[in-house]
Design a protein around this ligand. Sequence first.
Ligand code: FMN
Length: 170
Amino acid sequence: MDTFESIRTKLDIREFSSGDVSQEIKLKVLEAARLTGTGLNTQHWRFVVAEDKENIKKLADDSTSGDWVVNCNFAIIILTNPKYDFHMIDAGRVLQNMQLTAWNYGVASGIFTGIKEDKFRKDFEIPPELNVTAIIGFGYPLRKLTGGGKNRLSLRELVFNEKYGNLNTA
Ligand SMILES: Cc1cc2nc3c(=O)[nH]c(=O)nc-3n(C[C@H](O)[C@H](O)[C@H](O)COP(=O)(O)O)c2cc1C
């Protein structure tokens, strides 16, 4: 899929069908993560893949803003090291690359960030030096997606010419 088309049509999805995502696609998603650049090439992030239904259920139980993850086919926990000021930027880049790679194969995904910290860390044996930054749930979408009609501001509202406040005419 053309990169722009992929961005245009991708939505954050919270309803999944029961279809299994192949190991080949999962590996592609993880390769996309591995290949993503980090600040100073530190590669401080680590990824926990949850495929086991019981662990996916735990993800939902340990979440405060992502109980929908219970119906995903597999999930990836993104851990980053907060000793780097830019660790959240690294997390954003890698999660978007993983989501777009999945979407290229028709696999939808959603993310959540709210967790019950202590329980989550205990259940997934997260080392104290790493931050649980985001969780992505992947699966085939329950409904057909077109990506049309996204709820977004216009370029006119978002972009300025040369200096902040100068109306953009593009
Ligand atoms: C930093 C960040 C945090 C988010 N946290 C959550 C979350 O905790 N739970 C959730 O269901 N969605 C979460 N989302 C998904 C957003 O709600 C979603 O990207 C936004 O509504 C746009 O969705 P759309 O692309 O489908 O239009 C998060 C997205 C981002 C970028």
